[in-house]
Design a protein around this ligand. Sequence first.
Ligand SMILES: [Zn+2]
Length: 442
Amino acid sequence: MSTNTQDRIAIVNAQIVTVDKSASVIENGSLVIGGDGSIRAISSTSIANNASETIDANGAIVMPGLINAHTHLGMTLFRGLGDDMSLEDFLARLMPAEVRVLNYEAVHSGTELAALESLLGGITTSLDMYYLPDAALAVAKSSGMRLQTGPNFLESDGPEPLKFADRLKWATQWLEAPRDTIGTTGWVAPHSTYLLSEEQLRVLADLAARFEARIHVHASETVGEMQLVAKRHGGRTPIQVLDDTKLLRRAVLAHGVHLSDHDIELIAQNSATVVHCPASNFKLASGVARILDLQRAGVNVALGTDGPASGNDIDLWIAIRLAGYMQKTFAKNPAVLPAVELVRMATINGARALQLDHLIGSLEVGKRADIIILDADSPSLTPNFDPHTTIATCVTRADVRHVIVDGNVVVRDRKCLTIDHKTAVNKVKLLGKQVLASVNNN
Ligand SMILES: [Zn+2]
């Protein structure tokens, strides 16, 4: 360290769960965040530093921020609007309400509430898919949450409102515009293969190729979707359609519940990621994703909450727990999907999905400092014989004490410093009345 560089934060007395390649845990560890917001040093002994702030973890677990690899943040506005019904019925209720209620301000408010919920719960990065992505990016900038997003495409005009051809023009301009968010990857988000024609999907593949953008798409979520896609696309599966239309390469596939052996081969060959969203899958009775088979085939599997209208909360700890329990139960084997693997799915695998694993997803020297510090005195985390097990089976959002993103403290002692809690909640309470009116007047 050059002596005239001011360190930002020193975290001491920590049980550091690094999520590095060997899943090392450093007891009584220290971690120093340098002046540039990256991790300058990690050690099991004290580190010489000149940090302007020292955080004593009191022996608590210190780990990488969680990565929510599939969500629709702005959908907090519709949380609980269509429950106890099928995905198809839920979408039929939701989509007209979205068109009536959403505008830039509404998406901004919905996303801000979601950012508050995410940060308080230890989620530091989200891959978002929603209308008016500029509103979400504005929230990311003001709140300090990392967000990856891009233009999303459905057949309907959406609340923007734009026909497909106009949406394409807008998306082109959107992808051309320079942005100062972390990572230079652009995203194109075709909603799904059931809400777009083959021709439209091919056009989107061309658009993504032109900008070297990544694809974020729903795929193989429900039996109903499989039937719709087979009918619309000549008996093919969503994965086959994505492969045929050149959209599968390195794609981020939300759900991937109903996959054939051939689908899994195609996903592996194309280095695509499957984002498992167990809370949504369980709630909508979508089915049990073949996570173990995907992993056996070498597929990167990350975790997501899905949107708060289907999720319903933005809680990745629950996703971790449900993912494990679901696979253990259906494999009739409690040894599958061990805690270390579940922790990876919620952190480094999400970073890999976003191609940001060189920057985030684990606590290693040189990476950006996206860090959660848990509560050392939480009854439900005591005792803590194996921190990976504690994380996979015990931690809840209430145990998240401090959250740091890019070297900046955004949550301190369970209070978000970047979003006004009361204002964010009240705005969405008011918008909720509009949502209800829009459905009742239908
Ligand atoms: Zn989704």
